[in-house]
Design a protein around this ligand. Structure first.
Ligand SMILES: *Cc1c(COP(=O)(O)O)cnc(C)c1O
Length: 396
């Protein structure tokens, strides 16, 4: 669609920070999207692990519309019911006692970084401000969160980055042990690295990380922006590993496509954020909070988390068949419906070929196909994608 007028106009007026596919989407329902030419696509990207309940969910639309007609914004100078109910739900269903609301993943991580520093400052341990994050991690694009990100390409051109971040190899508890010092305030880690290539931890690794943090009094921050809200087949990723973090960040799927981030913490840590310590004008506003509440209610009622775990088994089984059949497929990896197929070849041409056949998939780190569909994806839709991939791989 090179001569599409929307694409032409967009390319003239929108900051050129995104390399977009030449397609204009106009409508969605469930796991299906339609473009401006009326072509249908089955969506295994879900707006980058955001639309967990699919596109244009009528119950979420209704909750948003009702709230829009009642009250849109008053600021955090006052109390509102949706924000209160949402925080109550999140704390009742996780390790955490308190929630701070922002508008994106990066903002949630900003809040976590600020809280970790403030926690030790308020204890009088003023030298303790350094954070150990992981190589290949991704935590966002603001100055603090790109400084916390373990990928050189994300920081390039923006130096000097914020000081106080160090990077440990993922999955290496011994290396982490050597790096934690009396100036370390926190370890920041994604339970499964999403952007880094769908990298899963070894079964005992996160337990070892938790143990190291306990031993040294270091805070453990889980960035569950991608893994949270059912994506891995548990409500939160940490629930797979028999441990709990001290601070957790959420965003992507939380309001199914409306912008919301959240930073959750235990009481004795959250205490360090007193009046005036941190703020956000829009954070946790009534409309977004009503959307998130509708999302969480649906996830509960429709047992979406169990469904994700079951669908995952089915999907992984088929991906393993592709691996057995094609030499270019090196590994099937991931948890729940955050799945990756590591290839011995570049992934981009396969993404394009899938798109031509009506399937949206995505590629991270050049050679890892990532599948992050809505959690309501049907087995038949998976069958169709696998058939398409089978054909594409046969032609390589
Ligand atoms: C997407 C993502 C972020 C950044 O979220 P934004 O809403 O784009 O700021 C941070 N951490 C992880 C793990 C992510 O997947």
């Amino acid at each position: 669609m090179p001569d599409n007028p929307v694409i032409h106009k967009a390319d003239q007026h929108i900051a050129a920070t995104y390399q977009r596919f030449p397609v204009v989407f106009t409508k969605g329902r469930g796991a299906t999207l339609w473009d401006s030419e009326g072509r249908a696509y089955t969506d295994f990207v879900a707006g980058i692990a955001v639309c967990a309940l699919g596109h244009a969910h009528p119950r979420i639309a209704q909750a948003v519309s009702e709230q829009m007609n009642r009250l849109v914004h008053v600021s955090n100078l006052y109390y509102t019911e949706p924000q209160t109910e949402l925080a109550a739900w999140l704390t009742a269903n996780s390790f955490a006692d308190r929630v701070f609301f922002g508008n994106s993943g990066a903002e949630a991580n900003e809040a976590a970084i600020k809280l970790a520093r403030k926690y030790f400052k308020s204890k009088g341990e003023t030298r303790r401000y350094e954070i150990i994050a992981m190589e290949q991690s991704f935590h966002g694009r603001t100055m603090a969160t790109l400084s916390a990100t373990g990928q050189a390409k994300i920081k390039k051109g923006f130096e000097p980055v914020l000081q106080g971040f160090h990077f440990a190899p993922f999955n290496d508890a011994d290396a982490l042990e050597r790096m934690i010092t009396d100036t370390t305030c926190a370890v920041l880690i994604e339970p499964v690295q999403g952007e880094g290539g769908v990298c899963c931890p070894d079964p005992k690794y996160l337990k070892a990380v938790r143990h190291l943090c306990d031993k040294t009094g270091t805070l453990l921050i889980f960035d569950e922006i991608q893994t949270g809200i059912g994506r891995t087949g548990k409500l939160f990723g940490y629930q797979h590993f028999g441990i709990e973090p001290d601070i957790m960040t959420l965003a992507k799927a939380l309001a199914n496509g409306l912008p919301m981030g959240a930073m959750l913490a235990r009481e004795h840590i959250a205490e360090a954020f007193g009046y005036g310590a941190h703020a956000s004008t829009f954070g946790g506003g009534p409309v977004i909070a009503a959307a998130a509440l509708a999302v969480l209610k649906l996830i509960e009622e429709e047992k979406i988390v169990n469904r994700c775990a079951e669908t995952s088994k089915y999907f992984v089984g088929h991906l393993e068949e592709l691996k057995a059949k094609y030499d270019v497929v090196q590994q099937v990896r991931g948890l729940g419906l955050l799945l990756g197929l590591k290839l011995k070849v570049e992934g981009a041409p396969i993404v394009t070929a899938c798109m031509e056949n009506g399937f949206l998939i995505n590629c991270v780190q050049n050679n890892i196909l990532r599948f992050i569909p809505p959690l309501i994806i049907e087995k038949k839709e998976i069958d169709d994608l696998i058939r398409c991939l089978d054909k594409i791989l046969a032609d390589i």
